[in-house]
Design a protein around this ligand. Structure first.
Ligand SMILES: [Zn+2]
Length: 197
């Protein structure tokens, strides 16, 4: 769907482990990609990960292992309490926590996890992605259902024939479905995009 967040997380984990340092990877249970207890990237690398559900005590899990670093995938799905637990791991256990996630959902609202990370994180870093339709920075996520853009519905859709694209603001509101007005842009920026209509 977007920037290779999981790949970056796995690269950081690899760097720590290469120096014989311990890393713990967490992911929220609402992540429905089907992969249980691993974080994997599209290029096929994966590492074991700990699922965050209602029952887990994140702080005691981390205390038992005392890793050199904690990594969190799909952090947009964290709850406020999860985020506060991770701040305690930084402040009380002195262990760095790096969270990887999306900022906004397809309705262009902040996810709960992302909102709370903005409020509580020491530092925010942007992983840049290019718009699907042009060369501008992608700042938004557009949801497609049966190839039509949609702007309403549940934040997390389970199953269904849906697809997400990273887009700039202009193409969020006006994804390229060829018209005389945007035909030139479409061809200029994205010559391989030929609407099937
Ligand atoms: Zn664009």
């Amino acid at each position: 769907m977007n920037a290779s967040k999981s790949m970056q997380l796995l690269a950081v984990a690899h760097n720590y482990q290469e120096q014989d340092k311990k890393v713990l990877i967490f992911y929220p249970a609402t992540d429905t990609r089907g992969d249980v207890d691993t974080v994997s990237s599209r290029i096929g690398i994966s590492k074991p990960a700990i699922r965050i559900d209602d029952k887990i005590n994140i702080i005691s899990v981390v205390k038992n292992v005392m890793p050199d670093c904690v990594l969190v995938d799909e952090s947009q799905f964290l709850t406020k309490n999860n985020v506060l637990d991770f701040t305690r791991i930084v402040d009380e256990l002195n262990i760095p926590v790096i969270c990887y996630g999306l900022l906004r959902d397809f309705k262009n609202q902040l996810f709960e996890g992302s909102y709370n990370l903005i409020c509580y994180a020491d530092k925010l870093e942007e992983i840049k992605t290019i718009c699907t339709y042009c060369n501008k920075k992608a700042t938004m996520i557009l949801r497609f259902m049966n190839s039509e853009p949609i702007y309403e519905g549940e934040q997390v859709q389970i199953g269904g024939n849906e697809d997400y694209k990273s887009v700039c603001r202009k193409h969020y509101f006006d994804p390229i479905i060829e018209t005389p007005q945007n035909k030139h842009d479409a061809e200029y920026y994205y010559p391989s995009y030929i609407p099937k209509k």
